[in-house]
Design a protein around this ligand. Structure first.
Ligand SMILES: Nc1nc2c(ncn2[C@@H]2O[C@H](COP(=O)(O)OP(=O)(O)OP(=O)(O)O)[C@@H](O)[C@H]2O)c(=O)[nH]1
Length: 518
């Protein structure tokens, strides 16, 4: 009998082996599935990461994602994976080239930023470090983006810095000088009453810490004010011309009417004269031809009556003529009177304007233009009669500190008081003008060398003794004065320069003094 235990045990063994093989297979399948799942996830993430960079790569990844579920083995995906690997490699090389281009671009930009002088030192240092950082190549786009952000930051800082100082940034000494000159010019121009407040504010702006934009605005405002005045003057001239034209048209019509009327009267008069002559001739004929006295009387009475009638008509014609003539003359006289009035008021306006153009509006002293006229006049007189003529240039000492400490309008009032005092300290024949700012000029004819110093020191003392009180503070205002006499063969502009040089000496020697140039 055969031993049955062996096959049974073999079957059991085989069964066991089968079971363990099954479980190994299940393990392998699980492992494969889990790897496939990981691969699918990886491909998904890769697709997402690469999306939009390379169309072919996008398509290949999408296809692989789809096929992975159908592959029996991962190995089946190998050809596609290799293909994708090739594409990824190409894409990486391309990106590397692009990144290198961008790095060079950033180096160029940073060099430009380094040229901006207005950047503060700290920022310049940071820019220098950033430039050194750019020496290393970029590996990914993430190396590139922070650098771009850094550069934008530099630009922002520089821009903010420039904008902060933009208003004052470009104000240069020559702009401040321009502002001062404009302030002086508008002080010399006579503006209309309603413009004066605006001009005062403008002057205040021009003489304080002015920005470039305010300077430009001030120029624009002055220009507008002047254009407005020119337009008004033009309108006034036009009005006058229209009035003149109207008056002339009326006079022309009157003359034409009276001429036409006169012609008609002449014709009627000629007819009347003819008629009168005819009546006289008739009377002559009747006298010769008629011998019968009664008949003669009758005929002559008829002729005389006609004659009287003609004469009466002639007389009334002449009266009418006279009346028309009187009316014409009256109309013309009236128009003439109107136009004379218009012309007078226009002349007055012009004269006032001319006068105002020669006056300094703030101090009401003669202005620089008037000084030049007067200087010419005095110079001619001096040449003709060989009389002495002195020019003195006066400058208020430390006037800026009055403006700075007490305000511009106090400065203006001080100028007005000093101007009045200067005017009052001179004789009728002497002349004072505001030359500009805080400078005045005196023309002093007929003063001897002996007396000039005395005269000018008296003026200086007079101003020094004015009890100015600003903000409850007693202030003494002093003058420096330089003077020179017109020499033989010297132009008065040359004398002026010598007087100005003397003033300079007076300032340098300590102010509050008179220096006579000899
Ligand atoms: N209030 C006022 N100030 C004026 C006018 N014109 C000029 N100024 C001011 O006069 C001052 C002149 O100043 P500076 O030329 O420096 O001379 P200063 O302060 O008088 O000093 P020294 O002449 O050296 O003694 C400036 O501050 C001008 O703004 C004006 O019409 N009104």
């Amino acid at each position: 009998m055969q031993d049955l235990s062996t096959p049974i045990s073999q079957i059991a063994l085989l069964k066991q082996k089968l079971l363990s093989t099954k479980s190994a297979l299940a393990e392998i399948t699980d492992d494969r599935n889990s790897k496939l799942k990981t691969l699918v996830q990886f491909i998904n993430h890769l697709s997402l990461a690469c999306k939009g960079q390379h169309l072919e790569l996008d398509n290949k990844l999408a296809k692989l994602r789809h096929n992975l579920n159908n592959f029996e083995q991962i190995d089946d995906a190998l050809p596609e994976l290799m293909d994708i690997e090739r594409l990824l490699k190409n894409s990486y090389n391309h990106t590397k080239l692009k990144l290198e281009d961008s790095r060079q671009g950033l180096i160029r930009v940073i060099r430009q930023i380094q040229r901006v002088n207005s950047a503060p030192d700290k920022l310049k240092k940071e820019i220098g470090y950033a430039k050194q950082d750019l020496d290393k190549p970029f590996h990914t786009i993430w190396d590139y983006i922070p650098k771009v952000e850094q550069l934008i930051g530099f630009y922002e800082s520089i821009l903010a810095q420039d904008l902060k100082g933009a208003d004052n940034y470009q104000i240069l000494p020559q702009h401040i000088q321009l502002a001062k000159e404009l302030a002086q010019k508008i002080s010399e121009i006579e503006f209309r009453k309603e413009q004066r407040d605006q001009v005062l504010v403008l002057k205040e702006v021009l003489l304080s810490d002015i920005s470039l934009s305010s300077l430009l605005e001030s120029y624009q405002t002055v220009l507008c004010l002047l254009l407005d005045n020119i337009a008004r003057e033009k309108t006034a001239s036009e009005d006058f011309l229209y009035a003149l034209n109207d008056a002339l048209s009326i006079v022309r019509d009157v003359v034409n009417n009276s001429h036409n009327h006169n012609q008609r009267s002449q014709q009627i008069k000629a007819q009347l004269n003819q008629e009168i002559n005819l009546r006289v001739d008739n009377a002559d004929g009747i006298l010769i031809e008629t011998s019968d006295l009664t008949e003669l009387k009758t005929q002559l009475t008829i002729q005389l009556s006609s004659l009287r009638d003609a004469l009466t008509r002639k007389e009334s014609l002449e009266e009418r003529e006279q009346a028309v003539l009187r009316k014409s003359i009256e109309a013309m006289r009236k128009e003439l009177a109107n136009i004379t009035n218009e012309a007078n008021s226009y002349k007055e306006q012009l004269f006032e304007h001319q006068k105002l153009n020669l006056l300094d509006p703030l101090t009401q002293l003669a202005n620089r233009a008037a000084l030049e006229d007067k200087m010419e006049q005095e110079y001619r007189h001096h040449k003709r009669f060989n009389t002495p003529l002195w020019i003195a240039v006066i400058d208020i000492d430390h006037f800026k500190s009055i403006n700075d400490n007490f305000g511009h309008s106090t400065g203006d009032k001080t100028l007005q008081v000093i101007a009045m005092a200067l005017k009052n300290s001179l004789r009728e024949s002497e002349f004072v003008a505001r030359y500009g700012g805080e400078e005045f000029v005196l023309l002093l004819p007929d003063v001897t060398e002996l007396h000039i110093s005395q005269l000018l020191n008296r003026v200086r003392e007079k101003i020094k003794n004015i009890p100015f009180k600003f903000k409850n503070q007693r202030i003494t205002v002093t003058l420096s004065i330089g003077a020179a006499q017109v020499l033989e063969n010297e132009l008065c502009t040359e004398t002026f320069e010598r007087a100005d040089a003397a003033l300079y000496k007076a300032k340098n020697n300590g102010r509050d003094r008179v220096v006579i140039e000899v």
